[in-house]
Design a protein around this ligand. Sequence first.
Ligand SMILES: Nc1ncnc2c1ncn2[C@@H]1O[C@H](COP(=O)(O)OP(=O)(O)O)[C@@H](O)[C@H]1O
Ligand SMILES: CC(=O)N[C@@H](CCC(=O)OP(=O)(O)O)C(=O)O
Length: 259
Amino acid sequence: MKPALSVIKIGGNVIENKGELTRFLRLFHKVEGPKILVHGGGKEATRLGERLGIRTTMVNGRRITDKGSLEVAIMVYAGLINKSIVSELQAMECNAIGLSGADAGIIRAVKRPVVPIDFGFVGDIVSIHTDALRTFLEIGLVPVFCALSCDKGGQMLNTNADTIASELAIALSRDYRTTLYYCFEKAGVLSDIGNDLSVIPHINKQSYYSLIREKTIGEGMLPKLENCFHALDHSVHKVCVGNIGMLRPNPSAYTTLTL
Ligand SMILES: Nc1ncnc2c1ncn2[C@@H]1O[C@H](COP(=O)(O)OP(=O)(O)O)[C@@H](O)[C@H]1O
Ligand SMILES: CC(=O)N[C@@H](CCC(=O)OP(=O)(O)O)C(=O)O
């Protein structure tokens, strides 16, 4: 049987809250077996951009990444956030190694076509090279990925962190029984977005389409769930969506996805 692997993505709203991030990292450290952390940080990038006089433009909730925004993204994702997380994990004696998709050539992407919307320096993942990553896992390192990839000409590209997590989980499913966790500020997929007690415990493709029709699932959650089903469609063993409590030994309620 394949060994287990956990791929855990942490969203920007948790990262923003220092206390919550530390609580998350303590729980992450306790997750047994080989594991990978993927972090976002879109809001922090918007904030630093403002301080530097680089205005953020969003279309359909997505960042338009011009040259200035890309520089901010590299500074914030690969620098400030990634190194803060790695150093905090190291202080807990978790042997974390910070990576972007460019490092060890792990995530190769292409710049998104400019039609119908020109998102600028945004990457669509074309391949994941797992050799170095498997070696890191085998020697007990804990890879921590930020939301950046690179094309074959060496151009860095801003890449959605949810997508990086699902593509890493898919690629590693050849060698591992992979569980993908999307950890964000809400307790799971909620039937009433204002009520954390309304967690929908289980969603399959059929109920997913009903939830979209009923408009229970709104912006932010739609692309996340697309990533979840994409992962399940491509051999990821299990996908869970919830807050940091889902990593506790006695987890709080969260949402499990199945096909
Ligand atoms: N039914 C729902 N249950 C939970 N969250 C929802 C739902 N519909 C929309 N959302 C929104 O989805 C957002 C999560 O998406 P996103 O902002 O991309 O997360 P992340 O912080 O992981 O990047 C939540 O902040 C929430 O506002
Ligand atoms: C292309 C793209 O979507 N890039 C994202 C990467 C950061 C991210 O995914 O952050 P969260 O997980 O906190 O949303 C962005 O720049 O906002």
